[in-house]
Structures are given as C-alpha cells and as structure tokens.
Design a protein around this ligand. Sequence first.
Ligand code: IMP
Ligand code: MG
Length: 183
Amino acid sequence: MGGMEADIEQILFTREQIAERVKELAAQVMGVYREKDLTVAVALTGAFVFAADLIRNLVETVDVVFVRASSYGDGTAPQREPEVQLCGEIDWRGRDVLLVEDIVDTGRTMQALLERIRGAGAASVRACAFLDKPSRREVDVRVEFVGFTVSGSDFLVGYGLDLASRYRNLPYVGTLRPEIRGG
Ligand code: IMP
Ligand code: MG
C-alpha cells in the first residue's frame, strides 16, 4: 500500500478540529428539526465519512438514505452536468430531508440533488455540507449547515474527499502536492 501522507502538502483541518466542528453542527441540526422525524440523505460517495460522524452526534432517531450525483471523472474539474440518482425504495413524499454533501464547489451538484428531492415530494429539504468553497460558486444554492468555509480554491482530499477514488480514508483534510494534483 502506498503511503497517502507523503502526497499531502498541507493539513487544513485536523481530525480533532473536525470532530469538534461536527459535534457543533449536529447540535445546530437538532435545534432546527426538534420534534420532526428527520431523513438524512447522504450524497455518495464523498459524504459517507462526514455523514457517519454527523448522525452519531444526533441523539434523535433518523432515517438514512443514499443519493448519488456524478459530475466528476478522475480529474479535478467538473466534466458535465451532474447526473442524479435516488437510491433505495423510499417514498420521499412528506419527509423532512437533510441532504448531506462533502463539499459545495460550483454548487451544481447540490442544486441538482435538492431539486430532485423536492421533486420527489419531500416536505422540506435543507442542505448540509462538510466544506464550502464559496469562491468557486457558479449557481446560487442555499447551504444551511456548513462545517468549514474554505477561502481558497485548492483541491482538497481526505475525510471522504477523493482524487480518483484515493485519499477518502485520510482522517483529516489537506491539499495535495503540486506533482500529485497535476498543477
Ligand atoms: P460542485 O457540483 O461543483 O459543487 O461539486 C461538488 C462535488 O465535486 C462534490 O460532491 C465533490 O465530490 C467534488 N469536489 C468538489 N471540490 C472538491 C475538492 O476540492 N476535492 C474533492 N472533491 C471535490
Ligand atoms: Mg461528490
């Protein structure tokens, strides 16, 4: 197994910082939903790490479902409009849905997913992203819950975020060395 650590240029958010922030976010989410039954829609694949930590900090009962939007191939730039898939046989009608994403970049993926879930009849849909890169935004999409806002436009990996399916299992978030990211 090749060491991932050697490819990392800089650590942006440590394991400890992430754990603390996820706990705060979970408290914020619980404050908004209170008595409501919540359906957590996890955007595959990147958000599964964040979502796993987030839901374990929610003390209320939640349903967990998966959704998928693919727009990235193996590169670091979007290649086409996101294709959306709602996985599983659930009836979305009347549900209060929290859509969980790893990162909002141009906003196209989040927008496509939100539209699709609303179209399926959800009573409410709110967006929660572990990371937000507002400088890269191309569409206006409301993200109600954000873990960390990233000021630059660097490509990030770790804590679910990948480059060509690698680095998802890093417990922290970092940038890649230029020779790795092809910069
Ligand atoms: P958007 O549609 O441009 O907002 O892109 C969102 C999707 O692109 C996310 O779900 C990620 O999978 C991927 N993405 C965007 N920026 C990064 C990054 O810095 N690292 C890894 N994946 C990213
Ligand atoms: Mg993704």
